[in-house]
Design a protein around this ligand. Structure first.
Ligand code: ZN
Length: 238
């Protein structure tokens, strides 16, 4: 990335979680203009989307050069996704392992749909770079987070829209501790603190209790993964 021209625009898939907030900072470091896109797909807890405002404001006050680069923040509503899927993220059921070894937090095709809408929006706005926080290291087995899937989507979208899209996934090979390290590399303690306090990860949508790794129930798989990553990051940092 370092030797690529900075006069480019990127669209970042930005949900308000730790991964997408880190990706947004990464994009602000590597692109001249950055817009964000979040999806309201009928998830049980839209609190993650609400976190975007505080994160955007925080990024702007952290770095004036990033503030200049930050452009429009888009939200697309795609309630159809919840209509056709029966998962713990879109219905009020307990999180558990389902058939085929996938947790029932898996929303089939979610990232495929997200990337398709992102490419359609990018096309309309004259952008070819799309950034997403997909990661195959700590990915709970979600097949639409795999690097192979993303590469196939890049080909399909480029062919299908006749435009050469580049899908960037800076977290693809990082674990959660390394994602915190990347945040530190990009914006030092200020960025780590911003993401820790204002990004949301908890599957149950809880923001009541504050832990050293941020807010959340502390028990769901997403909270446990985030807490584990934070502990490892802190252990590596000393
Ligand atoms: Zn939780």
């Amino acid at each position: 990335m370092a030797n690529q021209p900075a006069s480019r625009t990127a669209l970042v898939l930005f949900s308000g979680g730790q991964d997408s907030a880190t990706c947004l900072a990464w994009a602000l470091q590597h692109f001249a203009h950055v817009e964000t896109l979040g999806f309201d797909y009928g998830q049980r807890h839209a609190i993650e989307l609400d976190c975007r405002g505080a994160l955007l404001a925080g990024l702007k006050s952290l770095r004036p050069d990033w503030a200049e680069k930050l452009g429009e923040s888009h939200t697309l509503a795609i309630p159809t996704l919840a209509e056709i899927s029966d998962t713990a993220l879109t219905r009020n059921v307990a999180i558990e392992m389902g058939e085929g070894g996938l947790p029932n937090t898996f929303v089939p095709g979610r990232n495929l749909v997200f990337l398709t809408f992102a490419a359609a929006l990018a096309y309309r706005r004259g952008m070819t770079h799309i950034v997403g926080g997909m990661c195959e290291t700590d990915y709970s087995g979600y097949p639409d987070c795999r690097d192979d899937t993303i590469k196939a989507m890049q080909s399909a979208l480029s062919l299908g829209m006749d435009r050469q899209f580049e899908l960037h996934t800076p977290l693809m090979l990082l674990d959660k501790a390394a994602t915190w390290s990347l945040a530190h590399e990009l914006g030092r303690e200020g960025l780590v603190d911003l993401i820790r306090q204002h990004s949301h990860t908890c599957y149950l949508g809880e923001r009541g209790a504050q832990h050293d790794w941020g807010y959340g129930c502390g028990e769901c798989p997403a909270c446990r993964l985030r807490a584990k990553g934070w502990r490892e990051y802190m252990a590596r940092a000393v």
